[in-house]
Design a protein around this ligand. Structure first.
Ligand code: NI
Length: 173
């Protein structure tokens, strides 16, 4: 198990539409462990492949925040939203690729998602609440989209400039 380095915005890899996973291998199962551990370590509730430079449609997720609740690690291969509610929900979103930046984003409140697990089994599940927000945010990553892309250009540019500055400072250390 290896903790992977999380890429920070702006990075061209975070802007790419990435292809589906074609076959499930031991390497992919090892990647699933790495991504879940990297996500828990951050700490975060979701991590998509491109965020660690893995340019395929894979997502790690666990939106159980309460320490007294049983964790629910999910690793989704080729996740797809197959239905969305008309009803929307606004959530103050963050992202491991944009540390310390948060903004309200409106998305469908409930979604049905289909994905394949590391054993090759297909799942379909209905998500609501934070899970629904998170799974949509993560699938957006697979299409080169960040939560700041939902904001007004001025706000997005402001965050991007702050992130560029942060990255310059980190590069100097
Ligand atoms: Ni994110």
């Amino acid at each position: 198990m290896t903790l992977r380095k999380i890429l920070l915005h702006p990075d061209p890899r975070l802007k790419k539409v990435v292809p589906s996973v074609e076959n499930i291998s031991d390497d992919l199962r090892a990647l699933a462990d790495d991504m879940l551990e990297t996500m828990y370590d951050a700490p975060g509730i979701g991590l998509a492949g491109p965020q660690i430079g893995v340019m395929h449609r894979v997502v790690a997720m666990d939106c159980v925040k309460d320490e007294n609740e049983t964790p629910r690690p999910l690793f989704m291969i080729n996740p797809e939203i197959i239905a969305s509610s008309d009803e929307t929900n606004v959530y103050n979103e963050g992202c491991l690729s944009l540390p310390e930046h948060f903004a309200d984003v409106e998305r469908p409140a409930e979604v049905d998602v289909r994905w394949t697990d590391v054993d090759g089994k297909e799942h379909t599940e209905h998500f609501d609440g934070l899970w629904a927000t998170c799974v949509q945010h993560e699938i957006d990553h697979l299409d080169g989209k960040l939560f700041i892309d939902y904001l007004k250009p001025l706000k997005r540019q402001m965050i991007t400039r702050k992130m560029q500055k942060l990255k310059r400072e980190q590069a100097r250390v």
